[in-house]
Write a protein that binds this ligand. Structure first.
Ligand SMILES: [Zn+2]
Length: 188
């Protein structure tokens, strides 16, 4: 890390530590520990070493299959780009491959990559669907994301909301409502 970034981190840590101490009454030492851990967690999440798109989509699992496959409830945690508060939940993916598919764990790699950003649930859902559709030889992709948003509950508890579900269809799933319905039945 550069000296400039180190200096910025030190300034940020010191300011955050003072802020925590003032709002919580914690001692200077424990406020500093909280500030350090908090900043490390954010940095580790957003600086997560991502797998390249090429490496995710180049390793086919070698099995021929041209019927729908459902990869259900991949867990994720991300940060909303409006408030930098966590939103977290599960991603379920339906894919209709033409012939081959990637190893199932590669879908988790893709979800980890895309969740390690400041993003929005709608954007995150669309990106997963579009990236699979444009990189895998398939007829269509349908993605469903179910998540809880801490920003909505913490910032306005009087208007607390439950889970939010978003979907995004590409290819044949965008055109064929019966395929989408079949996917919904099989997805978590
Ligand atoms: Zn938010």
């Amino acid at each position: 890390m550069s000296k400039k970034v180190d200096k910025l981190n030190a300034q940020l840590e010191s300011a955050l530590s003072e802020f925590i101490s003032q709002i919580s009454g914690k001692t200077e030492d424990s406020a500093k520990t909280i500030a350090t851990k908090f900043l490390n967690q954010i940095e580790n999440k957003l600086n997560f070493e991502k797998k390249t798109i090429e490496s995710i989509f180049s390793e086919l699992n070698g099995v021929e299959h041209n019927q729908p496959i459902y990869i259900n409830e991949i867990p994720f945690i991300s940060f909303c780009e409006h408030h930098m508060f966590p939103f977290f939940g599960h991603v379920s993916i339906a894919v209709l491959p033409k012939k081959h598919i990637i190893g199932f764990s590669k879908f988790s790699d893709l979800v980890n990559n895309l969740s390690s950003n400041l993003t929005l649930q709608e954007k995150f859902t669309e990106e997963i669907s579009q990236l699979i559709y444009s990189n895998l030889d398939c007829d269509g992709v349908h993605v469903k994301v179910k998540a809880k948003h801490l920003c909505s509950d913490l910032l306005s508890p009087e208007n607390a909301i439950g889970d939010i579900t978003t979907t995004f269809s590409t290819g044949i799933y965008e055109l064929d409502s019966s395929l989408r319905a079949e996917a919904s039945l099989n997805m978590g």
